[in-house]
Design a protein. Structure first.
Length: 640
């Protein structure tokens, strides 16, 4: 086995006791500096409405009702209560703007970079190489999607708990081994149960799974760390020289290592079941008929190769990467040869360079849940999926680079500038890539310049243009998306909205009906169809649509407001009152709904309460002249 750094044999940076603290601080500062502009970014119309901007439970903050909802909902086709709670905490601390969520994401990413450094420094005592792994993790452009996108809070949070899991596990194992070597090997099967760190690791793992189920492969990562750098898997009677602990005769049986992982494996299995049920119920899991198994396998191998390619040449990073139905055979065979060939190489070199096996199979193994064998969504791959897996590649680069430095006897004056130049280039590209995430229009216009047939980019750019008032531009985007996927109900729904904005109510009604013919149970589509039918004075059909929408989603504030508005116009004030009250409860920051409730109360003679509603509407929208006029007519002040 090759000579490697250990506590008794310092690496190129020496054994300065203050060096780890300095490197950790430098990592955090560099991460914050590169991503600092993200604090001024806006929310996106891509998943952020589900996770934050249009989610009344999150916007309510940490209330008993919202906390209960977090643990009982499968909203957004996932069960990740800790992610919901963290976003609710952002609202409680920072309010409802984008600054708080972006700041939290940035702080979590900086913390994760420091934790990566601490993990490998603790396991290897190689401060320089551990810092390089962490710096690549912190500054690589592939991680921009996870950091700059509010909806990827789940990535930040789950990784934080995952790294804490591995740190606690490493500490539990080292204490266990010291205890076993003192008292004899017979205790090796049970002593880990006595370690508080073992149970802390299990707790952190459970919390990580509550943030995102991506961590289900973490027990596999623990086994890789058992091989290297902890050297707990015996081979040829030798202990891995890279382990921070001094070599000893203790080597637990492989069965013992598996027994240690059983509680973690049980949590992983439970998380897999819950996740599959939530995603299947939410319609996120694609059927085999849409993506046959051979196509998924092809895409998996090609994706591994593409992830590696973008790791070393991070350009044209897209959100999302459109799914390719059939890759060219040359590309498929090349990808298979690359993945299989590299796997055989690292296995063959496992004794001489044990870090290769850990790093490579860390990368391959942690990507398995999201490599597309179980296809979720329509993307072929996603940058955010590489957040944890790339740590394995960075380990290979750092320790492999050190082997090159040692064997070629390169001077420090050469090595340090090369590493600094590499990190500076990564940081520069990360700053550029981050800028595309400033707002939806910037992001999706860029996506359409670097990808072809990007259905999602057309839909989201169309939605953005619609919000900006460019209705015809939005309709053009939706028509492009419809050409790519003519049977997608979302495109037809958006087309209906565009026609409605232009007052083309017959076209809007036709588009909504087409969308519902494909997927009948769409609350938003039913609500908007009801509104269009109301304007066309088809009141019975409109009422049926609103009621159907509320049956599917009792918290659809728009349906409550629209049904109440229709009832109000029909002079059914009592019915309108109940629905306006519910709409106000669900969207307390909408001045129009407060004004509508005030109008209804005034019609029912409840003047005092009507005045309070008008005053609240005026507080939310100080230039609301119509409400100010109504208050003057009632002889009431503009504020309480």
């Amino acid at each position: 086995m090759s000579e490697t750094a250990s506590p008794d044999k310092p690496g190129p940076l020496g054994n300065n006791r203050f060096l780890p603290f300095f490197l950790g601080l430098l990592l955090a500062v560099a991460t914050l500096a590169v991503y600092w502009p993200a604090l001024h970014y806006n929310f996106l119309n891509y998943d952020d409405p589900d996770y934050f901007t249009h989610n009344p439970h999150v916007l309510a903050g940490l209330t008993p009702a919202s906390v209960t909802w977090a643990f009982t909902t499968g909203h957004a086709s996932n069960w990740h209560p800790l992610t919901w709670l963290s976003l609710m905490l952002d609202v409680a601390v920072f309010g409802k703007g984008p600054l708080g969520p972006h700041l939290t994401n940035l702080l979590l990413h900086a913390a994760n970079a420091v934790l990566v450094f601490l993990l490998f420094w603790r396991l290897t005592a190689a401060a320089g190489r551990s810092a390089l792994v962490a710096a690549l993790f912190a500054l690589h452009p592939l991680h921009v999607e996870s950091v700059a996108w509010v909806s990827e809070r789940k990535d930040m949070l789950s990784t934080c708990f995952g790294l804490l899991t591995l740190l606690a596990y490493a500490k539990a194992v080292s204490r266990d081994e010291r205890r076993v070597t003192r008292t004899g090997p017979r205790l090796s099967r049970v002593t880990y149960l006595r370690s508080p760190c073992y149970w802390l690791a299990l707790l952190a793992f459970a919390l990580g799974l509550l943030a995102k189920p991506m961590l289900v492969t973490l027990p596999f990562v623990m086994l890789l760390l058992d091989w290297w750098p902890m050297g707990r898997i015996a081979e040829c009677g030798m202990r891995n020289a890279e382990s921070k602990a001094k070599p000893s005769t203790f080597n637990p049986q492989f069965s013992t290592l598996l027994i240690e992982k059983i509680p973690f494996l049980l949590l992983s299995a439970a998380s897999c079941v819950v996740t599959f049920v939530a995603q299947h119920h939410g319609g996120a899991v694609a059927a085999l008929a849409k993506y046959p198994l051979p196509v998924r396998v092809e895409n998996a191998f090609v994706s591994y190769a593409r992830y590696l390619g973008k790791t070393f040449w991070p350009v044209d990073l897209a959100t999302p990467y459109p799914y390719v139905a059939h890759w060219p055979w040359a590309g498929i065979l090349s990808a298979v040869a690359l993945v299989v060939g590299l796997s055989l190489v690292v296995v063959g070199l496992r004794r001489r360079y044990p870090f290769l096996l850990t790093g490579w199979f860390w990368f391959v193994g942690t990507l398995v849940p999201v490599i597309g064998l179980v296809q979720v969504g329509d993307q072929s791959m996603a940058d955010r999926y590489s957040y944890v897996p790339l740590i394995g590649v960075f380990v290979i680069l750092a320790w492999g680079g050190w082997e090159v430095w040692r064997l070629w006897r390169l001077p420090k004056a050469f090595v340090v500038p090369v590493a600094a130049l590499l990190l500076a280039a990564a940081a520069w590209q990360t700053r550029i890539q981050s800028g595309y995430w400033h707002d939806s229009a910037t992001l999706f216009r860029h996506m359409l310049t670097i990808t072809k047939n990007n259905y999602t980019a057309y839909v989201n750019l169309g939605t953005t243009l619609s919000a900006q008032g460019d209705i015809q531009g939005a309709i053009d985007c939706f028509r492009q998306a419809q050409q790519l996927n003519p049977l997608d109900p979302t495109v037809l729904y958006n087309l209906g909205n565009g026609f409605a904005e232009l007052g083309l109510w017959d076209d809007a009604i036709a588009a909504y009906h087409s969308s519902l013919n494909l997927v009948p149970n769409q609350p938003d589509t039913l609500n908007n169809l009801g509104l269009a039918l109301t304007i066309k004075r088809q009141l019975a059909e409109a009422t049926a649509c609103f009621e159907a929408a509320l049956k599917l989603d009792p918290e659809c504030a728009g349906a409550h407001n629209n049904l109440a508005t229709m009832l109000y116009r029909e002079h059914q004030f009592d019915g309108a009152l109940a629905h306006f009250r519910e709409a106000v409860r669900l969207t307390p920051d909408d001045p129009q709904i407060h004004a509508n409730l005030g109008d209804t109360l005034a019609k029912l003679g409840q003047t005092n309460e009507a005045v309070r509603c008008y005053q609240e509407a005026l507080r939310l929208k100080p230039d609301y002249s119509a409400v100010r006029t109504k208050l003057q007519a009632l002889g009431a002040p503009a504020s309480n």
